[in-house]
Design a protein around this ligand. Structure first.
Ligand SMILES: C[S@@+](CC[C@H](N)C(=O)[O-])C[C@H]1O[C@@H](n2cnc3c(N)ncnc32)[C@H](O)[C@@H]1O
Length: 254
């Protein structure tokens, strides 16, 4: 049969796509790389369909290759005759463990067909959570910023893996950026935080990102004028009413 890589979204079971949910419900076995992805998956599949694979927390590449080979062997043994799913938080193709599985599968078990179901990535979910609009004409880069790193790139950046916010913050501010942090956005597990203060997110939590924007960037889309002209008209009307002016009657033909 086949293997599906399903993106679960940022960590809220309601943000799993309709297709992702259907694939999970129809799966014979569902594997997850961690506790959080497992807790989202089990809102759509019963615990007894969760498979068992082990992923060591190590940077030793030999050990990692061994672990992925073992995981791929186990998953292939089920995916040959049944439908197996490997879930990841966010999207399976964005900084995700699924890439290791896909490569290992195609090297050692090329007979297993693999299909990916995209998920809502933190790359897009952050914009809603932080109230940021990426309009046409803007450039946005995605970087990693672990252990206090502060890569600089275009005027707008998303930084993943912010594990030392104060150190990253100092360097970004020196480079001319305003920074907002988002922690556990759209996640059912843990407290959601959005803050401009790096001290609020000083405690290390892997599910922390930052959005950085250069101070001097000014972008005014055509429709921005509506906001200012409507605001001005409303202000004028409110001031007139406060001074006893009778507002002109509005008819349905106006
Ligand atoms: C290994 S990447 C996985 C990205 C994931 N595949 C995606 O598409 O969103 C993990 C990093 O993504 C960011 N991240 C993922 N989900 C997040 C969330 N719900 N809230 C805040 N940051 C998140 C964090 O910076 C974290 O260190």
């Amino acid at each position: 049969m086949s293997l599906y890589g399903v993106g679960l979204g940022p960590g809220d079971a309601d943000l799993v796509t309709v297709k992702g949910q259907r694939v999970l419900e129809e799966a014979d076995v569902v594997y997850s790389p961690g506790r959080l992805s497992r807790s989202v998956a089990t809102e759509h599949v019963p615990e007894d369909r969760i498979g068992d694979v082990d992923f060591p927390m190590t940077r030793d590449e030999d050990e990692l290759r061994r672990a992925w080979k073992e995981a791929a062997d186990e998953i292939a043994s089920r995916a040959r005759d049944e439908t197996a799913v490997f879930v990841t938080l966010g999207d399976p193709n964005v900084y995700s463990t699924f890439g290791h599985l896909r490569r290992t599968m195609s090297a050692f078990h090329p007979e297993v067909d693999t299909e990916i179901v995209p998920g809502v990535s933190a790359v897009t979910a952050f914009a809603t959570a932080l109230g940021v609009e990426i309009s046409s004409g803007m450039s946005l880069a995605l970087h990693e910023a672990a252990r206090g790193a502060a890569p600089t790139g275009p005027d707008r950046m998303i930084l993943f893996k912010v594990t030392d916010a104060p150190a990253t913050h100092e360097k970004l501010v020196d480079a001319g950026y305003d920074v907002v942090y988002g922690r556990r956005l759209f996640m059912e597990q843990g407290e959601t935080l959005v803050t401009e203060d790096p001290e609020v997110v000083v405690e290390r939590d892997y599910y922390t990102l930052a959005y950085a924007e250069k101070h001097e960037v000014e972008y005014e889309p055509a429709t921005a004028q509506f906001e200012t002209s409507v605001d001005a008209a409303m202000r004028e009307r409110a001031e007139g009413e406060a001074h006893g002016d009778v507002p002109p009657e509005v008819t349905s033909d106006d």
